[in-house]
Design a protein around this ligand. Sequence first.
Ligand code: OAD
Length: 238
Amino acid sequence: MTDVLDIVRDLVAQASSIAVLTGAGVSAESGVATFRDPDGLWARFSPRELASMDGFLANPERVREWYDYRRQIIASVEPNDGHRALAALERRRGSSVTIVTQNVDRLHQRAGSVNVLEVHGNIIENRCNDCGRICLTDDITCTHCGGMMRPNVVWFGEELPRDVFARAEQACRECDVMLVVGTSAEVYPAAGLPATAANYGAVVVEINPNPTALSHQAHHIVRAPSAVALPQILKETT
Ligand code: OAD
């Protein structure tokens, strides 16, 4: 029987356009905790308190401290072989490779990926809640309008950045193959992107050591950690 890795490698090699949806699992092997695994962030911290506007308004200092704690972890880790394999694929195949990431850690970019759509924002920057100005300093109030500065991430109940998500949907409509890597596929609207790709004719491949909400819809499943599977699938030949 042909190994699923060979099948997926061939699909990628033959695809003229590839979309990759990534989630926290892609950074797990770098040492960044996921959210919904048994040892994940949401088992230890409250999303309502730390990842919602209500939680921020109730205790901005605690929320800022938590994001600073996560920033320190992210600054201390390195991209892993999964991130690097995706960056190498883009170097070979150019703009036909689009990474749509739910991750806020910028590890794809640190590995060398360029065409990355951050649908949940990023943790590196802060943003003014009123005027939207982005800055890298830890100012608490906006020097432009006096509004409250907050991490430039998407919190529960908030809309995703509209133009970024529109580009993600377009990439999913146009791709021949969609790799869905390291995500529980539970948080919408990002979790709906594989269905968009499949509806437009793409082959959807899940890469995840565990079953997810997407598994029953995936055309192929690679049950392995991404830092192991991606280098094998995305060999130089693809
Ligand atoms: P989750 O924590 O929900 O899911 C992580 C997934 O990674 C699970 O399916 C694991 O099986 C898988 N996983 C664990 N280790 C892995 C490895 N080494 N290789 C590959 N996969 C592995 O994380 P997300 O799906 O990214 O939102 O969560 C989606 C959103 O929920 C996040 O962006 C965040 C969170 O609340 C916001 O902050 C807005």
